[in-house]
Design a protein around this ligand. Sequence first.
Ligand SMILES: *Cc1c(COP(=O)(O)O)cnc(C)c1O
Length: 389
Amino acid sequence: MSNDAQQPATRAITAGRSNGGRALAPTLWASSVWESTDLADANRRATKLRSTEFYGRYANPTVSSFEEAVAALEGAESSMAFASGMGAISSVVLALCSAGDHIVAQRQLYSATLAFLQGPCQRFGIEVTFVDGTKPGEFAAALRPGRTMLVIAETPTNPLLEMVDLDEIGALRGPITLVDSTFATPLGQQPLAHGVHLSLHSATKGIDGHNDATLGVVSGESDLLNHIWSYSVLHGATASPFDAFNALRGIRTLAVRTNQQAASALHIAESMQDHPAVSAAHYPGLQTHPQHDLAKRQMRHFGTVLAIDLAGGRAAAEHVLQNLHLAHVATSLGGPETIICHPRTSTHLSLTDAEAAQMGIGQGLLRISVGLEDPGDLLTDLLNALPAS
Ligand SMILES: *Cc1c(COP(=O)(O)O)cnc(C)c1O
């Protein structure tokens, strides 16, 4: 069976094996340097794009295997790994944009992405226009022909699980388009199939899936990635072989993990939205989600993260966090343990109250990354922790 005919769950098993020889598990190449046989060989290694057997900052066979697996899942010609999701985002932005250039980005972005665009980018003279990613036409209206080099979207968004229409991003002409697809995982949606140029993940999250790697990855056409590589080899946000090894191991179980986590997330979201202590539940799989139809059109599953608004505000959030016994209070997502965070005092701490209110991030908001525990146990833990009403 050709790779193209395989279902995504099968690809997650078959992909990323070309550097592995006859070993079934990934091989960890810790070496940061490779030797040459003669000067001609040394020259070939030093000048080849993304040369895997030259020097660790250029490329590494374990990292390449991880990249090959992600490319197979994303339906991409090529993928490139970075030291973190932010390493990927900052490298792509600085590879593609110069002083005087313009970026259109959505307002509902991961907080460090937002901070990067508002801080360093501004300092370097890269202008950014922020739009509401959920409103049709806002990206297109903000483009400045000849000046806009990059469009940055994120879907589903953090922490409110809002959706951006991937067809709309894919139809934009002129700039390079980038979608941060972390919350969907490569099995939840395929931005490239909608015409988007670059699909990006914090592989620290669902792709690795075990809370034991810090890693980012970008996928797209080889020419574009080679161009990004020729900047990133100088920037140096190089992926660690050990983390790529862990994440490639994680990919093998991505389908079974995300299917179970998405099913549990829907089950919990449905129970939460009917609970008197909860004023709103946010999950793209809910019929009541304002963009549920869009989610159904572009997602294979609705993701592993949901959010709830507690009617009792900050006191109620505090009550829940103090009374959980199974779920952990922490900030990441996509791992085996259920993790709950209070965005207003962690991921979205730097916002003013007015900005937070405008973004819908209140003191009663909790983000829940649903893990692999039994869904009944999880729901019991959450119901027991909620205030009486
Ligand atoms: C975590 C995350 C990032 C940043 O990734 P790191 O691996 O922490 O650098 C970017 N985007 C989204 C949506 C994330 O959840």
